[in-house]
Design a protein around this ligand. Structure first.
Ligand SMILES: [Zn+2]
Length: 185
């Protein structure tokens, strides 16, 4: 626990107090990010965002099942009430969730089986499997009623990112094509 308190002390020394004071009365994030719980994947770092800019849902495997109240609630609140302009899924290299789901025979605990067992993993390599997994989450996101409505009104843009941990490369899927590397966006 000490490591957290030490971190908090250090945070207080450098925190932008004016920003936090301004944020105390509300938030207007521009983007909803559905990211993985993986400790290496920090949306605010990757997108250079400050507190108040990203509304983030993180779960194991950056999943977006409609029947999951956690995902449905985060998406609905961000789109219908906070009026985010972007909603993105953030998939990543070396995703343990995708690796685990590709070997369902190793999923013993009910919680892991229940959350990951229903996902299929298709791809010639892990990167392809992760990307296909991410596309499936994007389709689920796009098919939520609140998202469909916002897309139809052209008030929202949705997409999928793939972050390569070792190189920091960011690929983007716009719903039809992959663009490799941030400089191509
Ligand atoms: Zn992951």
């Amino acid at each position: 626990m000490n490591v957290l308190l030490e971190g908090y002390r250090s945070f207080c020394e450098t925190a932008d107090r004016e920003l936090y004071a301004a944020l105390a009365s509300g938030q207007q994030p521009h983007t909803l990010v559905i990211g993985c719980s993986d400790s290496r994947i920090v949306p605010e770092e990757i997108f250079g965002a400050k507190p108040g800019e990203l509304f983030v849902l993180r779960n194991v495997g950056n999943r977006c099942p409609q029947e999951d109240f956690g995902a449905a609630c985060a998406v609905t609140y961000a789109v219908a009430h906070l009026h985010v302009r972007n909603a993105v899924v953030l998939a990543h290299a070396d995703c343990g969730a995708v690796k685990a789901a590709s070997h369902p025979e190793h999923l013993h605990e009910e919680a892991l089986k229940g959350w990951l067992g229903e996902e299929s993993c298709q791809g010639a390599c892990l990167e392809e499997s992760v990307k296909n997994w991410g596309i499936r989450q994007l389709h689920r996101l796009n098919s939520m009623e609140v998202v469909r409505d916002a897309l139809a009104r052209e008030e929202l843009v949705t997409g999928l990112f793939y972050f390569d941990i070792a190189t920091l490369r960011l690929d983007y899927f716009d719903g039809t094509h992959w663009k490799t590397g941030i400089e191509d966006l």
